[in-house]
Write a protein that binds this ligand. Sequence first.
Ligand code: BTN
Length: 259
Amino acid sequence: MSAEQFDGERVQAALRTPRLGRPLLWLPTVDSTQEELRRQLAQGAPAGTVVVADDQTAGRGRRGNVWYDRPGQDLLFSVALPADLPREGLVAVALGAYLAEALGHETRQDVRLRWPNDLVMGFAKVGGLLLEVAGEHFLAGVGINVAGQAAEIARQVGRPVTTLQAGTGRALSREELLAVCLNTLDRAAVQLAAGDRGLISRKIADLDALRDRTVTVTGPQGTVEGTAVGVALNGALLVRSGSIITEVTVADEVTVQAD
Ligand code: BTN
């Protein structure tokens, strides 16, 4: 556990959004911030509610994966986004792109989005986004490896994983990062609700870590190898093999080949 207690007031002071982060509930440990947020909403908590934890005992990622954390060293939160977002596949990818861009600005590093929801520095995953629906709300759950080294997580997941500190050489405040994420998600939600698909598609393209990479896709139709050529307006990954373009959905498994 971190020696420093999470400082919710520091987050509130850095919030530029009237909609997200009020209320903000911090817990030293919880099963999953997604589950706690569901419970809070069931008891009448409003849109914008945030649950943040130092540690999760049942943190989860996409596709039923376990989300590992290092207590007090990672940023683990869930936020109930307002109900005015379109319910379509592009939303999750777009939110990830906005977060990658914001983390890049904050760290002055090249943080990108590896479709659909991985936040990466180079090949190594530094965070992820899980978007779920609860009634009329979207629950955006974000995990970011902030402090120290991520060797233990990398060993557990068997893939390259890093932390913002390892990538930047700087210690970053989880509170300030949370405020940056909430300010960013609010701006993203407003732009998504306004439906400016051109702006959103350009942002996704600019931050696309898979573009021009060779990828292998495994889905119900079998395995396809090809080159990632972008993200469609419905949020699907576009993979070209010869003259055929395949739309890959989030249900498919995508692996990226090293150059
Ligand atoms: C992924 O990359 O697979 C998405 C990971 C999302 C992890 C976060 S941590 C906070 C929130 N609570 C959870 O149980 N999961 C998300």
